[in-house]
Design a protein around this ligand. Structure first.
Ligand SMILES: NC(=O)c1ccc[n+]([C@@H]2O[C@H](COP(=O)([O-])OP(=O)(O)OC[C@H]3O[C@@H](n4cnc5c(N)ncnc54)[C@H](OP(=O)(O)O)[C@@H]3O)[C@@H](O)[C@H]2O)c1
Length: 339
């Protein structure tokens, strides 16, 4: 995708989206495009110079123009001038950007009701630095490859779509499992939406910690994929009853649940927790397209159910609000691991 993104003092202030292709947060659905030079010939008559590189004077970006639970209604594609980076800014030419559930919630006005439209859409991307301010040049230079998320940047070894998937999706799973999961070798971990963008990372981190991993999904194809990434017991809930299977095969209960569906799945996870079990709330995707976007759970009985098992509900963990240093540390660790 031909896009660029201005980061001001480490924070995004401007984003653009142009023609081309888009990376997604699910590894299996990432589309890779052949690399392009920074100079876009269609704009060659209007460009400004940053240390010899040529940058188009205009670009396209997705702007949230009204709050709506329907993302397509909420956003509009706008053509705007490419901004000039200020002292602490990086101007990044996007190669891949991620669209996540958080974008839907943000453009529906749920995450931060104080933010009123118009505002830019998008929380993460990966690309090359094509312009930067003086202070920013202490840490970065033209041509550096960087990943950025809501509140920070981190150098990446190369511009690869799989590095993008480690931002919101990967870091959420990393932080949840490392910080909130207290995983112990041999424990049983259930990951809901296990073949999804963040679930697939949770499966792998739990497996890496020596746990027995159970994953929910809705097709045999996804169950097959889950096997390939180390899931011990994929459960296709469209062909077998999840609750019955859990009670029969895991009568001692689940030590950890990575839960991102909400509603009935949340209740079922609570009911199947082991003694001292930990339920980590990641999201509630089953209700995002309802008017409120907020799940109803059997909250009244929750304290007693947890008390009976010395169990706990942890999180929600949100990659958008954890401290940026925690995100950067998580990303650096993961990038080191795979590069
Ligand atoms: N807290 C954070 O910072 C953070 C970061 C990333 C993601 N999340 C949360 O994690 C969840 C998954 O996000 P993702 O990016 O991994 O999404 P994704 O790749 O689109 O995966 C979502 C999967 O959820 C399953 N699902 C089950 N019931 C559903 C329903 N009623 N509607 C839609 N999907 C349903 C589907 O898999 P099956 O059909 O196989 O069940 C679907 O493919 C969301 O709740 C999201 O908000 C949170």
């Amino acid at each position: 995708m031909s896009t660029s993104f201005l980061l001001r003092n480490g924070k995004r202030v401007f984003s653009v989206i142009g023609g081309g292709c888009r990376g997604t947060d699910a590894l299996s659905r990432v589309h890779f495009v052949s690399r392009r030079f920074i100079i876009d010939l269609s704009y060659s008559t209007h460009f400004m110079d940053f240390k010899g590189s040529s940058i188009p004077s205009s670009m396209k970006k997705l702007v949230v123009t009204k709050l709506s639970q329907n993302f397509r209604d909420a956003v509009a594609l706008q053509t705007v001038p490419v901004p000039t980076p200020g002292d602490g800014d990086l101007l990044v030419r996007n190669r891949f950007v991620g669209i996540n559930a958080s974008d839907i919630n943000y453009s529906a006005g749920r995450y931060d009701p104080s933010v009123k439209p118009p505002f830019d859409a998008g929380f993460e991307g990966i690309g090359e630095v094509v312009g930067l301010g003086l202070s920013a040049s202490a840490r970065y230079t033209i041509g550096d490859t960087v990943a950025y998320f809501a509140d920070g940047t981190v150098p990446v070894p190369a511009v690869k779509p799989e590095f993008l998937t480690l931002l919101l999706s990967g870091a959420t799973a990393y932080i949840a499992m490392k910080r909130l999961g207290d995983l112990v070798k041999g424990e049983t971990v259930l990951v809901t939406a296990a073949a999804g963008g963040t679930g697939q990372f949770a499966v792998q981190f739990a497996k890496q910690a020596g746990c027995h991993v159970v994953g929910t999904c809705s097709s045999n194809e996804k169950a097959g994929f889950l096997k390939t990434i180390g899931c011990d017991r994929p459960i296709n809930y469209t062909s077998e009853d999840l609750s019955t299977t859990l009670r029969k095969e895991y009568p001692q209960g689940l030590d950890v649940v990575y839960e991102s569906i909400g509603g009935r799945m949340f209740d079922m996870a609570v009911n199947n927790l082991a003694n001292e079990g930990r339920l980590i709330v990641i999201g509630f995707i089953s209700v995002y397209q309802t008017a409120t976007g907020v799940p109803t759970v059997k909250g009244g009985t929750l304290p007693m159910k947890l008390l009976q098992k010395s169990a706990s509900v942890r999180g929600p963990v949100s990659a958008l609000t954890v401290h940026s240093l925690r995100m950067i540390t998580a990303l650096q660790t993961m990038y080191q691991h795979i590069s």
